[in-house]
Ligand binder design. Structure first.
Ligand SMILES: [Cu+2]
Length: 108
């Protein structure tokens, strides 16, 4: 009887367990007109953010506590970072420090 119950319950239990992996997300931030867009951004832990530079001049993406720092991104270059820990992360362009952005990472 116990085995039968497990056999009946397993299909119900497995999908939610697999959903964590399936929910791993990718989000894009566009760099254009000397701005990061969208701004601010709220994501769940495990999300990979990819910045794409659409401007005709180089920009960088640098986290204020040195968590990550991209090389100079030429037009159409991209930089990705996966946020594994929750918190609020602020970043800026080292070439144009007035370009700032914030990402809120919520524990999934
Ligand atoms: Cu810049």
């Amino acid at each position: 009887m116990k085995a039968l119950m497990l056999a009946l319950l397993m299909p119900l239990l497995v999908p939610p367990m697999l959903m964590g992996a399936a929910q791993a997300q990718e989000v894009r931030i566009d760099i254009k007109g000397f701005m990061f867009d969208p701004q601010p951004l709220e994501i769940a832990t495990g999300t990979t953010v990819t910045w794409v530079n659409h401007d005709p001049i180089p920009h960088t993406v640098a986290e204020t506590t040195h968590l990550f720092r991209s090389a100079a991104l030429d037009t159409d270059d991209r930089f990705s970072w996966t946020f594994s820990a929750p918190g609020t992360f602020q970043y800026f362009c080292t070439v144009h420090p007035q370009m700032v952005g914030t990402i809120h990472v919520i524990q999934r």
